[in-house]
Design a protein around this ligand. Sequence first.
Ligand SMILES: [Zn+2]
Length: 314
Amino acid sequence: MGVAVAAVVSLTALAGCSSSGDDESASTTTPTSVGGSASSTVESTPSGPAPSTPADASVCRSSACPSLPTPSGQVKASGVTAANADSTVPHYLDSLLDDLDETWGGWFTRLGWGDPAPGRVLIEPGTRFRTECTAGDDPSDSNIPSDLPNAFFCSLDVQANGDGKSTKGSIVLPVKTFQGIWNHEVFGVSTPVAGDFTAATVVAHEYGHNVMYRIADVLGLSRSSFPTGNNPELLADCLAGNWAATVYQRDALSPKDIIEVATLLPVIGDPGPNQGHGTIRERATALTVGLTGPQFNRQGQPGDCLTRYWPEAF
Ligand SMILES: [Zn+2]
């Protein structure tokens, strides 16, 4: 990595997550129509998805932006309980990542934007993981334990993706922390209702960060064109809502799932404005826009999230 100065991740905050990696993921290719520059004509092609070559952000500023495909695979109850969490959680986390790979992979394919599947790190109990995102001079700084009260995406970590392919940009999930969810312990906070969809929302949010970085790579965006303020987090929330909408389409979103998300929000929301992740209200809005669109009246889509939370590029 050479430039291991990426200490941007605040892994201690009870913030649902942190994402980072300063930079190389933003490639050095020539930026293409970034941020509403004059030359980018907004097309409105009513007939839906048309792969754009080369990668062009303008498709997702219009109705040409493809919808997120609903996978044929079912989203089944995890079967995880407080009693069996030790043995069942890793499999559930993998199954969530598989479903997210399939869902977002289908969307990237529609755009001709390649395979977005991130590297995966499940930090098993008793083990630790060294992430490049906090690697400093002291190697012990970056040993992430399995009970880290957080989860994150690091754009610098190179790990195997779901197909075993070494991939730069990885989702890091501390297994012991996730096991605690079925004991109603969410990132160190005791909550009344927690379970499958608490975990699913967190994983889908981290995947949302991955989607942002993959898009930046495909479009050749530099860091100066990344979302700013709370928007990277709200974009990840919104994209998590897009995935949740596909779960709803598959008749697999229960009232309990919704309550689990509602219960998660106070744990991950910032107490005040402009603190990095978004307040409870902002995060609830982002998830809801992702789930039900900007007017809350239809299935939410990636284009809704990109135009709202990433105006620098969309
Ligand atoms: Zn995040």
